[in-house]
Structure formats: structure tokens, C-alpha cells
Design a protein around this ligand. Structure first.
Ligand code: CA
Length: 224
């Protein structure tokens, strides 16, 4: 898998290059919008990670030129600004996904994996597993027609698990993604929250979606 990173902040660019290379991806970096667009048009990439604020040509312009030229390379846009308008603009212009800085490296790699798994197409903010619906943007979860009353941490835990449905996620990764802390092996914070989450997401319903994989972690999936 070949990834083009278009990012002018040298620190972020080299951090992304190093990290993604360690994950087994081949990574090229372009430091401004013109160079980035040129590489994106002349080379074949599986994914473009595109910063919004760039010298010479901004990320919006790069993606729209790319799509105008008929290039459908999957694109993940990065922005320092938080805001739904920005995100909608990126997705309207044909980005496949959008992430707001700062993000942890594991969030980024999870996103990259999920883009590759999903294939080209618009990012959806709503993840569905059986009758569970997790709206990542609205911070709302439902089973069937029933809205689940989750605390922010419970929601965050459920959304990490749901976005990577079918994948067993370790307690360490969950702790890092939800609490942003170095996992303390004495701490059972993840297990406690999984228990609370189950009480709301699974206990009232016949079909259980949150599963424990002994010695490995947790997975959200529909089991037959
Ligand atoms: Ca920038």
C-alpha cells in the first residue's frame, strides 16, 4: 500500500512517514499543495493524507483538482480546525474521510485501516452493527428505535469499538483511545466501563454485540 502525505509541518510529516512506514506502508511526503497535487496526479497511490492549510495550494483545492482530473484516489483530510462545516466541505469535495488535529497515532492508523477496508466512497458518520447505530458526529447511539443514554466516556468507548467492528481491540488501545493515558495494568477502568456499556447496549436486548475475547480484549460484532 502506497500513501502520499501532503503536509507542510515538517514534524507532523516526518512523524506520519515514520509511523506509517513502521506499519508497513510505503510513504511519500509532499510539503506544499502544488507538489502534492503534482505527485497525486502523476503517481499511483492507494491513499492520500491531505492537510487543509498548505502553502501554494490549500487542501480544498488539491482535492477538487484531483477529482476534476478524474483521480479517485482515496483521501483522508486533516484539519486543525474543528467544525462540522469544514468537515462537510471536505466530504462534499470528495474526501473519503476527515480527521481533526490533534489526533493520536493509533486513531490515525485505525482510520487508515478502516478507509482501506471500506474502499473508495464517502465516509459515513453512522456505523451500523445489527440494529445498533452509532452516529459519531452527533454523539448518539441507538438500538432499533431506542436511543441509548450513554455518558461521554461510554459513547467514546462504543464508538472506538464500533468503528473497528469485527476487530478485537486490546484494553491498552481502548484505554489510550478513550482516556488518552498510558495503560496502567492495575487499572480496570476499561472493564468497568465495558460493564456499564453492556448494561445499556446489550442487557436489555436479546442479541449481544459486545464480546470479550479472553486474553485479548473486546470486539463489537454480530454473532450468528
Ligand atoms: Ca498545514
Amino acid at each position: 500500500m502506497r500513501i502520499l502525505v501532503i503536509e507542510d509541518e515538517k514534524k507532523t510529516a516526518s512523524y506520519l512517514k515514520k509511523g506509517l512506514s513502521e506499519e508497513g506502508y510505503t510513504v511519500d511526503v509532499a510539503e506544499d499543495g502544488e507538489d502534492g497535487l503534482h505527485s497525486a496526479l502523476s503517481e499511483e497511490y492507494d491513499l492520500i493524507i491531505l492537510d487543509v492549510m498548505l502553502p501554494k495550494r490549500d487542501g480544498w483545492s488539491v482535492i477538487s483538482e484531483l477529482r476534476k482530473a478524474g483521480k479517485q484516489t482515496m483521501t483522508l483530510m486533516l484539519s486543525a480546525r474543528d467544525g462540522t462545516d469544514e468537515k462537510i466541505k471536505g466530504l462534499d469535495l470528495g474526501a473519503d474521510a476527515y480527521m481533526v488535529k490533534p489526533f493520536s497515532f493509533s486513531e490515525l492508523t485505525a482510520m487508515v485501516r478502516s478507509i482501506f477496508r471500506r474502499g473508495p466512497g464517502r465516509a459515513s458518520d453512522v456505523v451500523r452493527i445489527a440494529d445498533l447505530e452509532v452516529d459519531v458526529l452527533q454523539h448518539r447511539a441507538k438500538r432499533g428505535n431506542q436511543v441509548l443514554a450513554l455518558t461521554p466516556k461510554e459513547f467514546s468507548l462504543l464508538s472506538v469499538l464500533s468503528r473497528r467492528a469485527g476487530e478485537v481491540i486490546s484494553r491498552t488501545i481502548l484505554a489510550e483511545q478513550v482516556w488518552g493515558l498510558d495503560f496502567d495494568s492495575d487499572s480496570n477502568i476499561v472493564d468497568v466501563h465495558i460493564r456499564r456499556l453492556r448494561a445499556k447496549v446489550d442487557d436489555p436486548f436479546e442479541k449481544k454485540l459486545i464480546h470479550t475475547v479472553r486474553g485479548m480484549g473486546y470486539v463489537v460484532r454480530e454473532e450468528q
